[in-house]
Design a protein around this ligand. Structure first.
Ligand SMILES: C[S@@+](CC[C@H](N)C(=O)[O-])C[C@H]1O[C@@H](n2cnc3c(N)ncnc32)[C@H](O)[C@@H]1O
Length: 274
């Protein structure tokens, strides 16, 4: 008799499929020092107001019934600090000391006394991380083991979890590979939010999903050094020759075309009750 179970979605191990997909896409766990080096520039670029991503994230986050917040992969705390005035206690968890230092400095400057940093990685033991009413993970779930990460978020949330995950996996537009003289990567694009939904379904959760239009760092007019920094962060150090090519290409562009259609064009905002 035919084995019909093998023909259904139930046969798919989404946790393993995600890990395989991440490996095939060349995903790697970045050491915290790589994020440390980005802390100041990331905070200025991604936290500066008005920032429609942050405003959209806050608007979509139901928090009226929540007094405590855990922000995982908090970076400089753009979400943690925006929600802190409405909370009694806020914890920002990140493995980058420089990101946490920036969050704590900005909290102090804003007179927010209820914000604490937790120096920890996704992969560490979280047994002493406090459970909170609301747990968020904004733009921070590009981990090697998504199933483990979602279970950790779920276990720490007394009421709900809100996270964002990319729609479509590539951040760097193909024209920038061409400008560097590199061929576009033959690898598949990294995994996107659809894994989050499937894994949560397997966990017995009922996620809601909305979409936030994304302004890619490659879609904005940026100065040349910022572009080199952003590309090096994603692709590894650019050679001198690649930087010369990029500069020559940049100089051929009229100012009004100094704008790229970097993807993904949306973030999926996924939330669920625990
Ligand atoms: C793109 S930033 C997002 C920051 C912030 N949540 C936001 O939306 O602006 C990703 C953050 O995740 C942190 N991160 C990356 N990998 C991590 C890991 N394995 N454990 C803990 N934090 C990590 C980085 O240090 C960085 O601050």
């Amino acid at each position: 008799m035919a084995d019909h179970a093998a023909m259904t979605i139930d046969a798919i191990d989404f946790a393993q499929l995600y890990r395989d997909h991440m490996a095939a896409a060349g995903g790697r766990r970045k050491p915290p020092e790589e994020w440390d080096r980005r802390a100041a520039c990331y905070a200025d670029k991604c936290g500066s107001a008005p920032n429609s991503y942050v405003a959209n994230f806050i608007e979509l986050t139901a928090h009226d019934d929540c007094g405590t917040l855990l922000d995982v992969g908090c970076g400089p705390g753009v979400i943690a600090l925006a929600l802190a005035p409405r909370m009694t206690q806020v914890f920002g968890l990140d493995y980058s000391p420089a990101m946490l230092a920036r969050m704590e400095a900005d909290a102090a400057a804003a007179g927010l006394l209820n914000v604490s940093g937790i120096l920890r990685s996704w992969e560490d033991d979280w047994s002493d991380v406090p459970a909170c009413d609301l747990v968020v993970a904004s733009r921070s779930t590009a981990v090697m083991d998504l199933d483990a990460a979602l279970k950790k978020l779920d276990a720490k949330a007394r009421r709900r979890v809100c996270l964002t995950s990319p729609v479509g996996g590539r951040f760097i537009p193909p024209e920038l590979f061409a400008a560097l003289g590199r061929s576009p990567p033959p690898r598949p694009a990294p995994p996107d939010y659809i894994y989050v939904l499937n894994l949560l379904h397997r966990m017995g959760r009922r996620p809601k999903v909305s979409f936030i239009a994304n302004t890619s760092q490659f879609a904005e007019p940026v100065d040349f050094d910022a572009l080199v920094r952003a590309l090096s962060f994603s692709l590894g150090e650019l050679s001198g020759e690649e930087q010369r090519r990029l500069k020559a290409w940049r100089e051929t562009l009229p100012e009004d075309q100094w704008r790229f259609r970097g993807g993904p064009s949306h973030w999926a905002f996924v939330s669920w009750e625990t």
